[in-house]
Design a protein around this ligand. Structure first.
Ligand code: CA
Length: 295
């Protein structure tokens, strides 16, 4: 069980090379800037040192872009950060030695009560609410496309021989399209949990387990236990997970839209105003008539 309420609210992240690989080509980062706090998980690809370099270049480029941005719209800031990472890696790939490198990115930017997710590739964001898990991102993979076309069952996607072939990747070509989704944090008695992770985790640990561990343990312990579980099942890939507890629930529309709507509903203010005007004119007419009668 979660030891203290305080511990339960402290976000945590962990990255581990796993059991078979010497290098860790995954990276995670938490970057604070004027626009808010952004969490990133990257899974680099590209052979000897290429993957590591790509993931690190991406983190560095995104940090620079976030810190230097004059833009205040969170979604635009996050997209330009990922695009900057893409620009830098595309440029580096001109060096033959790094010709195949690239990286996935999954990110969450917390800006006031707005939460923006941005991703390219197959690292994922999950939402856990009341022990139930929901995948918030759609993998940019060949198997995902096959699933969407009805040519492959979702359950068979991860065991497919080409399960990890990406259709979109940071660094593959100029002008990458970043997938985004926008949410708002609402004060609530329930607290959602956001999880960012690389495929090294979800290929070996199923969604039910991710939901169970993150719902019953503190973020720090959940990270450790989930990595241990993936490693006990082979851990053939690098494993990265970030567990971010939220103060409230994520929803697809802002809280103040509801307030604004209820204000506009109250605009019967104008009805009262018109009614008042009606009564006044009735009184005026009546008084006028009384005056005339009195004449
Ligand atoms: Ca991986």
């Amino acid at each position: 069980m979660i030891s203290t309420a305080e511990e339960a609210m402290v976000p945590a992240a962990i990255t581990d090379p796993g059991m078979e690989r010497e290098l860790n080509e995954d990276r995670y980062a938490v970057i604070e800037s004027n626009v808010g706090v952004a969490w990133f998980v990257c899974d680099g690809v590209g052979g000897v040192a290429g993957g590591e370099l790509a993931a690190q270049l991406a983190i560095d480029a995104m940090r620079r872009e976030l810190e230097q941005s004059d833009e205040s719209e969170p979604e635009k800031v996050l997209v330009s950060a990922l695009q900057e990472a893409n620009r830098v890696i595309v440029l580096r790939r001109q060096n033959q030695a790094f010709g195949q490198m690239g990286t996935t990115v999954v990110s969450a930017l917390f800006a006031g009560n707005q939460v923006v997710l941005g991703h390219v590739g197959d690292s994922r964001a999950y939402l856990i609410r009341n022990g139930e898990i929901q995948q918030l991102t759609t993998d940019h993979t060949l198997v995902q496309e096959l699933v969407e076309r009805g040519q492959l069952k979702a359950e068979a996607a991860l065991s497919h021989p080409e399960a990890h072939v990406l259709t979109r990747c940071i660094g593959a070509e100029p002008g990458v399209k970043v997938a985004t989704s926008k949410f708002w944090l609402w004060p609530d008695q329930i607290s959602d949990i956001l999880v960012l992770c690389s495929d090294g985790l979800y290929s070996l640990v199923n969604e039910k387990e991710i939901a169970e561990y993150t719902s019953t343990l503190s973020p720090q312990k959940a990270c450790v236990k989930l990595v241990e579980l993936a490693k006990s099942r082979g851990g053939y890939d690098n494993i990265t997970i970030a567990v971010i507890p939220l103060e409230g629930t994520l929803r697809e529309r802002p809280n103040d839209v509801v307030k604004k709507r209820s204000v506009s509903k109250k605009q019967p203010g104008s009805i009262w105003w018109m009614a008042g005007l009606g009564i006044l004119s009735f009184v005026a007419v009546t008084m006028g008539m009384l005056y005339l009668l009195g004449e």
